[in-house]
Design a protein around this ligand. Structure first.
Ligand code: BG6
Length: 484
């Protein structure tokens, strides 16, 4: 049952910032894997454009090294590697000046799909969009791809949207949130809308609460400057966790098409209540045997940037009134684990008496690692006298159910870049969605600033600050463990 690869039409892809970290670590290895999978036949051109001076061969040598490091599974497949490298080209170009653009123009083919990937800081989005237009490089088949962070707050996101809208139609703009490209994130929609089993129970009458955890073991290494300005709220909650919340909370779209799905997600964001200050906990990691603390890492002994956030959110609509959504994310935690837990209510009446204890069904959707879905159900404890109840998992590990060979699904970047070529915007954020997410995030951050809030310290390698446990405890609930 190994999945069939449907080839895409020939395309030209220009990667601005093609020598940068993201291009070398993610975008080019993702393209290489798609090429190895047979996603396209010859004739595709991938042109890196950047300020530094390289001839195309020197650039190919750089990429060859990156492929060895970031796509090691194809080591030894020399024919594929050289076929891919041959499709690469390089143009020296300055986003803020006119040099190099005519060279780029001559390399592009008129009547094929054309994508411009802005793998550069947001300050260059406007100048790039303008020059693409000025130099006549935007055809009807042209798309642009922009990376996060999409703005720093609502005001800057609006300004960015307006700048891009001056040169491109919304249908040509692909804003990446790589969480939407993750296999299990899409599975969320399949589980919800492809089964009869869950949807009737998917509301506040049956769901007690929802937990969304994105725990990381990494720190901020190498991205100190960006992170110090962003913090976990802007870096993770405003986008990745918000998108997960949307997919859990949204109404069924009428069809699986980009505007239908994004309309529903937007309604969720707009239905979010402002977060009360006592419903949010910020944390910052301290040093330990594995490395320095956050403040040391960023070289700012007084930093008040949070590397951890836990909060309680409410979606104020008919479906979810009264069911809290608890979100948490942090760096340097005990394990890398992204999981969504849907905790159902207890049975309304226990016929087994107090001795049987309280039991609630939980549906766990594990995004990474070990993608899979577990449903915890209550059964009788075998062999015991009386009626003692225990919870056991109905476990569906995708690796076991489908066979490891079928788990070799494209990673997030592979899927998203191919969706750009196919012209499918479903897994990309629309401008109004991003703005709505900032409109919810901004007052939280403004509140911290106004109160001079200082994040609570937590030990590297822990589950986060103790106050995050209290947030739950006050509501008579507790976080599910962070397990690798
Ligand atoms: C990025 C954040 O968007 O997502 C990083 O900027 C974070 O800080 C990363 O580490 C997490 O992505 P993943 O795919 O490793 O869970």
């Amino acid at each position: 049952m190994v999945s069939r690869v449907i080839p895409v039409d020939p395309f030209d892809l220009v990667i601005f910032g093609g020598t940068g970290d993201l291009a070398q670590r993610k975008i080019l290895p993702a393209l290489f894997r798609r090429y190895c999978a047979g996603q396209w036949h010859d004739g595709v051109r991938i042109i890196a454009a950047a300020r530094s001076e390289h001839d195309p061969d020197a650039f190919r040598a750089i990429v060859a090294q990156s492929l060895a490091e970031f796509a090691p599974e194809h080591a030894g497949q020399d024919d594929l590697r050289s076929g891919f490298l041959q499709s690469l080209d390089y143009v020296q170009l300055d986003a803020g000046a006119d040099s190099g653009w005519d060279v780029l123009a001559r390399k592009l083919t008129d009547d094929r799909i054309r994508a411009f990937y802005f793998s550069v800081g947001p300050s260059l989005f406007g100048p790039l969009a303008e020059r693409i237009r000025q130099h006549g490089l935007a055809t009807p088949q042209t798309r642009i791809v922009v990376e996060k962070p999409f703005g720093h707050d609502l005001k800057s996101a609006r300004a960015l949207n307006a700048t891009l809208a001056a040169y491109f139609d919304e249908s040509q703009i692909y804003r990446i949130d790589h969480y939407l490209g993750k296999e299990t994130v899409q599975n969320l929609m399949a589980v919800r809308f492809g089964n009869m089993l869950f949807e009737p129970l998917w509301n506040s009458q049956y769901v007690d609460h929802i937990q969304i955890t994105v725990a990381e073991t990494v720190g901020v290494d190498g991205r100190e400057e960006y992170y110090e300005r962003a913090g976990a709220m802007r870096d993770m909650v405003q986008n990745h966790l918000m998108q997960l919340l949307c997919l859990i909370a949204m109404e069924p779209p009428a069809k699986f098409d980009s505007d239908a799905v994004r309309d529903e997600k937007l309604k969720v964001i707009r239905a979010l209540d402002p977060v009360q200050p006592h419903h949010i906990v910020r944390g910052q990691y301290t040093g330990g045997p594995d490395g320095p603390g956050y403040r040391e890492a960023v070289g700012n002994p007084r930093s008040t940037t949070e590397s951890y956030v836990a909060l309680r959110a409410h979606v104020s609509n008919w479906r979810w009134a009264g069911t809290p959504f608890y979100l948490r994310t942090g760096k340097r935690l005990v394990a890398r684990s992204s999981v969504i837990n849907v905790i159902f209510k207890d049975a309304p009446h226990s016929i087994f008496g107090a001795e049987a204890g309280r039991h609630a069904n939980t549906l766990s959707i594990r995004l990474q690692p070990n993608e899979g879905i577990t449903l915890k159900v209550t059964i009788k404890e075998p062999g015991q006298g009386g009626m003692r109840l225990i919870d056991v998992p109905l476990d569906m590990s995708f690796a076991e159910a489908l066979g490891p060979e079928n788990l070799d699904a494209p990673d997030a970047y592979e899927r998203l870049v191919m969706d750009v070529i196919r012209g499918n915007q479903t897994l990309f954020m629309r401008g109004d969605e991003v703005e709505a997410a900032w409109a919810w995030t901004d007052p939280i951050i403004a509140g911290w600033q106004a109160r001079g809030d200082v994040p609570k310290p937590y030990d590297s390698g822990s589950t986060g600050p103790g106050d995050a446990e209290l947030l739950m405890k006050r509501d008579g609930r507790q976080w599910q463990g962070i397990k690798p």
